[in-house]
Design a protein. Structure first.
Length: 95
């Protein structure tokens, strides 16, 4: 069987820390790319979604490299398979 990286699952405290890190990294703007450009939607602490690019159910981990700060519309489009989440071109998972 081929070797696979273990999934990283965070508890409540770890998810709060990840959420804070990702929000700070985003500079309060959705990190998703739409047609090659960064989504221009402003996000706020209470309104943004911590969106996994590789879903947890598909083996994605709770790490900065796998999550975006997404506006509700971009996250909804991904959830309903209308548009896949993709980080904008200047995105760096760990600045």
């Amino acid at each position: 069987m081929p070797w696979r990286r273990p999934k990283i699952r965070l508890g409540a405290a770890g998810m709060r820390e990840l959420r804070t890190f990702v929000f700070d990294r985003s500079n309060a703007q959705c990190e998703n790319s739409i047609d090659g450009e960064r989504c221009d939607t402003r996000i706020y602490w209470g309104s943004f979604h911590l969106a996994h690019m590789e879903g947890r159910g598909r083996g994605g981990s709770d790490v900065p490299e796998n999550v975006l700060a997404a506006c509700p519309k971009c996250h909804d489009d991904d959830t309903h398979h209308r548009r896949k989440l993709e980080p904008h071109k200047e995105w760096k998972p760990i600045p």
